[in-house]
Design a protein around this ligand. Structure first.
Ligand code: NAP
Ligand code: GLV
Length: 313
């Protein structure tokens, strides 16, 4: 099979992926550009958050395999060849990395470690009150690959954990309370100490972290956004931080990435930020997962990790 590799990355990253993918699927030809290969010859694409238009005009495309877990940008590309299955990256290594980030953020909020870091900068020696883990209620938005792993990890750490999902499906991990629907979410918010967002970005979830959600939380609650920048109203969060309604925010994703120089988040004392690094795709495991799906396509076997475009994730 002729496979196109394309994405939003620099040449070094692309070449590392190409080497790993070629090693994982030696029977296929991987193209790093559309020059030199006829559009009709390309049967599959492996993509990393490609800019709109990169997959336009490929009439025999049979699979788009994403190296990213989130496919919101891909699904928003109006030029995508119609009806081609899209598979997203589902990798236990990535889930584990996300759970580590969620645990670090919640633990740091719980124990005041971000405040201690600031106190150190200021030369302040001041103990903060210490609460037990089981006195904190953590709400995880999303109970999918990442939300489930994070919720379990937080539960194991001793927190009281609830997780919000769209519908029925699998039970929540043991000890995690499962919530579904807008009324259940609104009902839970007044008791939540830390809210961790691990939802996919869809028309329903865009802008969910807004002024009304912040107002429904108890004063001083923590916000951890590890999913997508467009889930969060940045101006509303800044207002809630400035008023003390939100005590601290841990942010990995932003409306504009990289976060523009001069953005108020950079220097805000109640914001801890990461450069969209909460869970990177692990090249070693992900190349094998992508290759397995390409082999399934070549052999006519069922494809894995398919996205449902109608629901947006
Ligand atoms: P996933 O397995 O598809 O899980 C999505 C979860 O969200 C599911 O539990 C789903 O509910 C729930 N959900 C979707 N729409 C909802 C709605 N309207 N109301 C309530 N719940 C809703 O996704 P994932 O692999 O966990 O990844 C989640 C997101 O993390 C990705 O889409 C991506 O944006 C982000 N991400 C970020 C990074 C990073 O480094 N910052 C890395 C990877 C991924 P059901 O269970 O009922 O379907
Ligand atoms: C990263 O944000 C991903 O979706 O994999």
């Amino acid at each position: 099979m002729n496979i196109l590799l394309t994405g939003s990355w620099d040449d070094t990253e692309r070449d590392a992926w190409a080497a790993a993918l070629r090693a994982a699927m030696p029977g296929h030809t991987l193209w790093l550009s559309r020059e030199g290969v006829a559009a009709e010859a390309i049967e599959a694409a492996i993509v990393a958050n490609p800019a709109p238009g990169q997959l336009q005009g490929l009439p025999r495309l049979r699979l788009i395999q994403s190296l990213w877990a989130g496919v919101d940008r891909l699904l928003g590309d109006a030029s995508l060849p119609a009806g081609v299955p899209i598979a997203r990256m589902v990798d236990p290594a990535m889930n584990a990395a996300m759970a580590e980030t969620a645990l670090w953020a919640v633990l740091s909020l719980h124990r005041g470690f971000f405040r201690y870091a600031r106190q150190q900068q200021q030369g302040v020696w001041q103990e903060l009150p210490q609460r037990r883990a089981d006195e904190l209620h953590v709400l995880v938005l999303g109970l999918g690959q990442m939300g489930r792993t994070a919720a379990l990890r937080l539960r194991q750490q001793g927190y009281r954990v609830s997780a919000w999902r769209r519908a029925g499906g699998d039970a929540a991990p043991e000890g995690v309370e499962r919530l579904s629907g807008a009324p259940a979410l609104r009902g839970a918010l007044p008791g939540v100490d830390v809210l961790v967002n691990l939802l996919p970005l869809t028309p329903e979830t865009r802008g969910l972290l807004d002024e009304s959600l912040f107002a429904a939380l108890p004063r001083g609650a923590g916000i951890v956004n590890l999913a997508r920048g467009a889930h969060l109203d940045e101006a509303a969060l800044l207002a809630a931080l400035d008023s003390g309604q939100i005590g601290h925010a841990v942010l990995d994703v932003f409306q504009t990435e990289p976060l523009p120089a001069g953005h108020r988040f950079w220097g805000h004392p109640q914001v801890t930020l990461l450069p969209h690094a909460a869970a990177q795709t692990d090249l070693r495991s992900a190349a094998a997962i992508a290759a397995a799906n390409l082999e399934a396509l070549a052999a006519g076997r069922p494809l894995m990790n398919l996205v449902q475009p109608a629901r947006g994730y």
